[in-house]
Design a protein around this ligand. Structure first.
Ligand code: NCD
Length: 311
């Protein structure tokens, strides 16, 4: 039985197979409409979410399965002091697979160790967000036609943004990637990541101004400043509008540069950019459902629960 804690839990070949399955699901949705009939997904969200939780639920419903769960720690037994290890043992009696989001780094991993069902890390603190990374990779592969041979700019809160940490981690396995990290000095990418890039001989630059590097980019990954992970509100207020991508800045970019964002957006992308064909963040959210469908099928299979497919 497999879990998903980190994008690196899957080899590059396994990811290719998963993405092929996601594309098949997108092309032939009816074939998968009853694939998970009789199966249940539990969504255990100890931290707020709209997209991730609902996209997991939509994914399971699209597969003909059912969903149960909670969407904040206050409405679960965590508020009575129950540990995630105990909670997952109980959830294992009620559901066939679980997606868990938790503010504490490593909590889904602790749950996976005690779980009788596959556990998917749906975001743990500022650490990892593997299903967002699968979404990002599928979007890039579908719209650029390749994973590799590009310059990617990651812009915004590179310190606390778990989607950024997960994506860098996953991209370094593909050839010929150059990173440009665009952030204020206070929100720089953590040292453990730049140390890892050094060790692996992967090239990167760190810059402050988006205008200075946007023309070099094949992909621009925007992120919001992660207010909930700041220690004081003053710092957040000072940094929150550091970057605003608008039409003027888009004029400096390549004609085929793609703009991605894990969402939710706050002010970092002006709404006037939404109509630019290079802005693909809403399409990206759609790919998130297909890739989660493919993941649920793959992990259930790994737990000896093959799915019913109408050929
Ligand atoms: C991201 C997250 O939760 O880390 N959202 C998401 O899952 N799409 C990004 C964010 O909250 O900024």
């Amino acid at each position: 039985m497999r879990h998903l804690m980190n994008p690196l839990d899957f080899t590059v070949e396994e990811l290719d197979t998963l993405f092929d399955l996601a594309v098949d699901i997108e092309t032939y949705p009816a074939k998968y409409a009853h694939a998970c009939e009789g199966r249940k997904l539990a969504t255990c969200f100890y931290e707020p979410s709209t997209r991730t939780r609902l996209s997991f639920e939509a994914a399971m419903l699209n597969l003909g399965g059912q969903v149960l769960g909670f969407s904040d720690a206050g409405s679960s037994s965590a508020s009575k002091g129950e540990s995630v290890s105990d909670t997952i043992r109980i959830i294992s009696c009620y559901a066939d697979i679980c997606a868990m989001r938790h503010p504490k780094e490593g909590a889904p991993m602790v749950a996976a160790e005690r779980s009788g069902i596959p556990v998917i890390n749906a975001g743990d603190g500022g650490h990892q967000h593997p299903t967002q990374t699968l979404t990002d990779l599928l979007t890039i592969r579908a719209l650029k036609g390749r994973l590799g041979s590009f310059t990617i700019g990651l812009c915004g809160d590179l310190k606390f943004g778990r989607t950024v940490h997960s994506l860098i981690n996953a991209l370094i396995r593909y050839p010929d990637i150059h990173f440009i990290f665009i952030s204020p000095p206070e929100l720089k990418v953590p040292d453990y990541i730049t140390d890892m890039l050094h060790d692996k001989g992967i090239t990167y630059e760190e810059v402050i101004r988006l205008e200075d590097s946007i023309s070099q980019l094949d992909l621009l990954y925007m992120t919001r400043v992660q207010r909930e992970r700041f220690f004081n509100e003053e710092d957040y207020v000072r940094l929150k509008d550091f970057y605003i991508l608008n039409k003027e800045k888009m004029k400096l970019a390549k004609k085929d540069m793609l703009v991605l964002h894990p969402l939710p957006r706050v002010n970092e992308i002006s709404v006037e950019v939404d109509d630019d064909p290079r802005a693909v963040y809403f399409k990206q959210a759609k790919y998130g459902v297909y890739v989660r469908m493919a993941l649920i099928l793959t992990l259930l299979q790994s737990a000896g629960q093959p799915c019913n497919l109408c050929q």
